[in-house]
Design a protein around this ligand. Structure first.
Ligand SMILES: Nc1ncnc2c1ncn2[C@@H]1O[C@H](COP(=O)(O)OP(=O)(O)OP(=O)(O)O)[C@@H](O)[C@H]1O
Length: 453
């Protein structure tokens, strides 16, 4: 998504105020100057402040992103301010870390709002890119770097290939051809910065698997498409199973494809692993046809987001402790008939947009509530209906799972037989993330017991 078209030089400023209210007023002033939309600066700033009190917009990496829908003709207004030394807001320490304050005003009628929020959050997750903006020596350079960053041109310097990497890439193509693979999956998180090889294989269909896909990667070479899978694991090719699953549901792969995975330890800059995967054999128990995988009511981006959150939860835990939970996605009408609330629904009273998992600010909230006993019920379009729910399908839908799986996993399996939904289980005891569809289990991330990251 091209975000640079919404950036204007006059809305890139150095913030003078040291408190949030003052800083927001400065950004609102430059946002509304010269506009005929009749936006009420004070009123909107107060609404932004009220919102910040109920839900922080601090994204990490020194970036906060207050955002709000307003009545206006333009689809979006972006304003970005650089803060010297953090800002004061109700004594909360995360605001001391703010160095960039990004204000997003969106029209009430804009349907793409959550996607824009998600794209911005993804952009600001790139530490190097943010640092580059923060450390600009003067305002002019700061503005230039903002433009470059938003247009995807401010890339990390590419590393030169080592001889060994070159050899592996060359042999990969040969192996893929001779073993009749239909595509090569290049795990680009192996490289801390870009690498020449990430341009893809000249004579072979290449799919990039990455934690953060930029549009630029796909524009700059033979990369046919990129699959974004979050993974904080330090294991080789740990994103493979999730990536293939997403590729199948997106129609990038067919169930009878054979794939060559090429990667190494994340950020090691060293390729060291080649793995041939026959999708049919690997996933045989889950799918007969790729179309069966995704329930009709579930949006693929919702499943992708939930796989990301479940993976992060399993790897990070919460406050140093492992977390177990269950997400049931889709067919909520039927699922709700099998739900008993264990606690008062914490999402009660949230606006739909604020409890949609596609909203990047929901990640933290979901993780926070994952420590509550019970599971989450999520609509196929991403709206969370409840958390802290006991999800219990009728007895006839229960079947034996391999030993080691207890009542949480049994319930997660059964509900996907009883309703046309998907469930994702994060195991508190083993750290595994398991997807269930039609009662069949499919481990996405296997974490050896006792590993913390
Ligand atoms: N039907 C259910 N719906 C929601 N949550 C459940 C359900 N059954 C169990 N749980 C939750 O799972 C927790 C762990 O139960 P148990 O150890 O039997 O499951 P498990 O499948 O082995 O999961 P884990 O691998 O996380 O230990 C329970 O304390 C409860 O919070």
């Amino acid at each position: 998504m091209r975000l640079d078209k919404y950036i204007a030089k006059s809305r890139i400023i150095e913030i003078e105020s040291t408190d949030l209210m003052g800083a927001l007023l400065e950004l609102m002033e430059v946002s509304t100057a010269r506009l005929q939309d009749g936006l009420n600066v004070r009123k909107i700033t107060n609404q932004l402040m009220a919102r910040e009190k109920t839900m922080t917009t601090y994204l990490g990496n020194g970036v906060a992103m207050p955002h709000i829908r307003v009545k206006m003709k333009r689809p979006y207004i972006f304003a970005i301010g650089r803060v010297k030394d953090g800002i004061e807001f109700e004594g909360l320490h995360e605001y001391n870390e703010v160095r960039l304050l990004f204000l997003l005003l969106a029209s009430e009628n804009e349907k793409n709002y959550l996607n824009v929020l998600a794209s911005l959050a993804r952009l600001f997750r790139d530490r190097d890119l943010v640092d580059n903006m923060i450390t600009a020596p003067d305002t002019k350079t700061f503005a230039e770097r903002v433009f470059l960053g938003f247009s995807g041109l401010l890339a990390k310097p590419e590393r030169r290939q080592t001889r060994f990497n070159r050899l592996l890439l060359k042999e990969s193509e040969k192996i893929a051809r001779e073993s009749k693979c239909s595509a090569i999956l290049l795990f680009s998180d192996t490289f801390a910065g870009g690498i020449e090889g990430a341009r893809g294989f000249p004579n072979f269909r290449t799919v990039l698997v990455t934690r953060a896909a930029s549009d630029r990667a796909q524009e700059s070479g033979q990369i046919e498409t990129a699959i974004e899978v979050r993974s904080f694991s330090s294991q080789r090719l740990s994103q493979a199973r999730s990536a293939i699953l997403i590729g199948l549901t997106r129609g990038i792969f067919k169930h009878n494809d054979r794939l060559l995975c090429v990667g190494g330890i994340p950020s090691s800059n060293q390729l060291d692993t080649l793995m041939v995967i026959d999708i049919e054999r690997e996933f045989q128990s889950v799918i007969d046809r790729e179309n069966d995988l995704l329930p009709p009511s579930v949006k693929i981006e919702v499943l992708e987001r939930m796989i990301g959150i479940a993976t992060e939860l399993s790897v990070e835990g919460r406050e140093g402790k492992p977390v177990g939970t269950m997400f049931v996605i889709g067919d909520t009408e039927k699922v709700n008939s099998m739900v008993k609330p264990l606690v008062l629904n914490p999402f009660y009273g949230y606006r739909m947009e604020d409890r949609n998992v596609l909203n990047p600010f929901m990640d933290e909230t979901i993780k926070e509530y994952s420590v509550i006993d019970g599971g989450f019920v999520i609509r196929g379009d991403g709206i969370i209906e409840s958390a802290g729910s006991l999800i219990h399908a009728p007895a006839e839908f229960y079947h034996n799972l391999p030993s080691g799986f207890g009542t949480r996993h049994s319930a997660a399996a059964a509900v996907t037989k009883a309703a046309d939904c998907i469930s994702l289980c994060v195991s508190a005891s083993s750290g595994q993330v398991t997807l269930f569809r039609k009662g069949v289990m499919f481990p996405l991330l296997e974490k050896p017991i006792g590993t913390s990251s």
